[in-house]
Write a protein that binds this ligand. Sequence first.
Ligand code: HDE
Length: 739
Amino acid sequence: MSDANRNDIPGAPAPQPPSVDEPTTPHEPLPPKPDQEAPEAVSPTGKPTGAPANARAQSGAYLTTAQGARLYETDHSLKAGARGPVLLQDHHLREKITHFDHERIPERVVHARGAAAHGVFKGYGTAANVTKAAFLAKDTETPVFVRFSTVLGSRGSSDTVRDTRGFATKFYTEEGTFDLVGNNIPVFFIQDAIKFPDIIHAGKPHPDREIPQAQSAHDTFWDFVTLHTEAVHHTLWNMSDRGIPRSYRMMEGFGVHTFRLVNSEGATTLVKFHWKPKLGVHSLTWEEAQITNGMDPDFHRRDLADAIEAGAFPQWELGIQAFPDTPEQTFQGIDLLDPTNIVPEELAPVQPVGLLTLNANPTNFFAETEQVAFHPGHLVPGIDITDDPLLAGRLFSYLDTQISRLGGPNFAQIPINRTHAPVNDMLRDGMHQTAVHAGTAPYRPNSLDGGCPFLAGAENGAYVEVPVDVPAAKKVREAPASFSDHFSQPRLFWRSMTPVEQEHIIAAYTFELSKCYEQAIKERALQVLANIDPELCRQVATGLGLPAPQPTENLADPEPSPALSQIGKRWPVEGRIVGIITDGETDLDGLASVRRSVLAAGMVPLIIAPTGGHLGAGQDALAVQRTFANARSVEFDALLLAGAPVPGADAYGARDAKAGEPSGPGAAIDPRVLLMVSEAFRHGKAIGGWGGAETALQAAGITDAAAGVVLAGDGVSVLEQVTQLLGEHRVWDRFPAAV
Ligand code: HDE
């Protein structure tokens, strides 16, 4: 089209004079296009979060096709007559169904089920002496995205299974993205990545029937972990209460491997990373976990999202254990390259370096939680890896699996995965390329794009290898001799547990092994237990009805590490759920003031009544959140019974007794209330009551003298004592108990 013709078109742009520059003249790189920009930083006040406006799919108020054409109807396919055949020419039908057909992507091969949140990490600046990583070395704030997960179950499995939990954090730092891809257990099953497919094949459901789902209680898992005794330590942690956390908000996190930090002088320090939850480390009981799997398979996911939505933002302090970077890479005899080892905190204290606050839920599960891609090799200047052979395999695996899970090599452009630092890589093209790269010379050096991109230089660059000595050696397929001590650390863990925690471990081994069919596997597992502790072995053997073998190892005599125990401290109660059982006779003024006191303590009150609706009328009416039909004890951290105040009145549904059944005091209490109360008691939960509450307690076989049962004249003073008990998580004096 000639310029003369173009000018004939109304509104067409005026012709531009030809460029005076030669196309090869060096020039500065173009500024990033909107679709290359980083997502907006997460606002601590919450919404909107995540993807920037220009990455959102929705704009405009009208339903459109993917091409933006507005639609007038979406409920009927185009047909030849109302009863006639559907026409192939219906683009909207074909587009809608085709897109739906491709909505799923492969789930993660491990850690498929997870939940995530946005937040902010505040570095204290206290780590400056050991690392130059700015987000740790400076007093600064860094946006983060954290995904928690179970390992074995598939995407739709239950949350409260016995398993390790993933704790993966993406720090969007100004120097590039750093991922700390950790777990809630500080050791791993294996010492060399080459065994990872094997342990996962053993833990996943059996390949013939694809059962059991999200369980370790089956033959192949126990076959593997008893044949590979390096797995004993991690397995013991899994069988402890750490395997069934109360909440993602109440878990520790660990980097597991030893990392190498580099400071601005180039000096190096070996470290282990720890996340310490402000709410303490707490667990479910096994019976609670099992009931919860049925009552609310989304328990942990819901708990995290609800807490954040309610403003009870969970927090963790990041800490490091620091060790001198010696050629041996050991600390007090502990091999730091062996990921089945911990270093007790009593030997190397965890030093706080920053605070993580999760303050916003994802806007869209798929876009963020499902598509986020972590990688232990995403490092920033000042953080380096070590020669832990497990870590080496991970450095390969994550990118590799993500190429297949996220459909090609460009997933770093998905909004949740975009770094917040400027990107100028030389990676080009490929499936799902969404960037429009400018320039003609994606190689270095070049003389066409102004020599750009430039190199940062060793001072400021990431991936500047610390020139550590690699001892002259022959190529071998073997582990160092120091990797062969598989029992002294498990014994250390066992001996650091309180009697209640030991009781839970015994019960867990007994349950899991009783689910194995092969006698030989049970016997081998007992031999392993004998080498941890003969009493542990004896009690599990009794439960299985098998003889207890003698130890075949020399039993070490390690100093216990009290830091490993979860019991004996007092913790904040923020975000705890307090169930308040009421009935039609409950004094509503008293109930309202208890409810206010629960809220004032930062906890969540849930009113439970025989039916839904409201208690009372008018402005003061209180909404019922749960009914006897849909509530179960496992949802509550403590239970209050707002007793019937009228002397002689029937309590808790007894008025619904059928004709001929007793009524009045001592009448049948609603069995669902009795179940709630007796379960809560069995699980060591604080129980409070006032007014006529003792009727229900007595009917559940609980005396007012029992530990952790608080009865008083008014609800507010009951709540005060119950809150004290909640600070210790459970009423430990009720254990060892039936669960
Ligand atoms: Fe992972 N792991 N892993 N892992 N891992 C994955 O990467 C792998 C290990 C961890 O929320 C996969 O993108 C190997 C230790 C978490 O998205 C995969 C080995 C630790 C997550 C993979 C390990 C972890 C993963 C699957 C042995 C704690 C979930 C999907 C060498 C320090 C991250 C994916 C999320 C995910 C490989 C061992 C933590 C297959 C080969 C040790 C928290 O690449």
